[in-house]
Design a protein around this ligand. Structure first.
Ligand code: CA
Length: 240
């Protein structure tokens, strides 16, 4: 049973969501304002947050940023009527893990929640739990990622995604396979979530690599238009 924080000011939508989530065995704390959501998050921990971005008191993206700090381990899913790509990207950069645009179906929401709460079993990388390429080191059992010895904080799905690509480094992995392996076999809807997670992994690794002198060598994640992604292992460094 998961502990969910539902932040939604619309009584009708909130009640329907609360009932459906409870019927699926979740415990739900429903807050109607940004302020009460932040207060609620200060006092206890949650596994997952459903956050409506259009709140009466505080801007949803601000609430998102604040919840990310207060609930570092929780999955944050934005619920938004805003279809503009920028808003979604801003929200994802503020710390959200995923989003759903209204109107959405209950089955889709429940599938997403299931996918997010599903804990990944460690991905075996060629029968081992450690992948190393250039200055990147990935330990799937310890769930640690480091660049040139410095740990890079990756969020749960970012780590799973990188580990999945590393498991078949040098090979193309289709979007469908990535969504199925990292999220859920019955995933439907926003595959933009995949692109945003790829961008986040690239950004975090790139930043870590640029902070070392000389810049660390890390494998690139190649975009394969119309297909998916491929992790390019670093070429062997010449010995002499
Ligand atoms: Ca609202």
């Amino acid at each position: 049973m998961a502990q969910l924080l539902l932040v939604e000011d619309d009584e009708g939508i909130g009640r329907r969501l609360e009932q459906a989530l409870q019927a699926n065995g979740h415990r739900v704390a429903w807050q109607r304002t940004g302020a009460s959501a932040l207060q609620s998050a200060a006092g206890r921990s949650f596994d997952l947050v459903l956050l409506d971005l259009g709140l009466p008191d505080i801007d949803g993206v601000e609430v998102c940023r604040d919840l990310r700090v207060r609930l570092p381990g929780a999955v944050l899913v934005m619920l938004t009527a805003r279809r503009e790509e920028m808003d979604i990207v801003v929200g994802l950069e503020a710390g959200a893990d995923d989003y759903l645009t209204k109107p959405f179906g209950l089955n889709e929401l429940l599938a997403r929640i299931r996918a997010h709460l599903r804990r990944q079993t460690p991905t075996e990388i060629s029968g081992a739990s450690v992948f190393a390429s250039g200055d990147l080191r990935l330990d799937t059992r310890a769930r640690r990622c480091s660049v040139a010895g410095t740990e890079v904080p990756l969020r749960t799905k970012e780590f799973d995604l990188l580990a999945r690509l590393a498991a078949t480094a040098g090979e193309a992995v289709s979007r469908e396979t990535l969504m199925a392996d990292v999220w859920d076999e019955h995933w439907f809807g926003s595959t933009k979530t995949l692109d945003v997670h790829i961008a986040a992994v690239r950004r975090r690794l790139g930043q870590a690599a640029s902070e070392t002198r000389p810049p660390a060598r890390i494998p690139a994640i190649a975009t394969l238009r119309g297909h998916g992604y491929r992790l390019e292992a670093c070429p062997e460094e010449p010995v002499a």
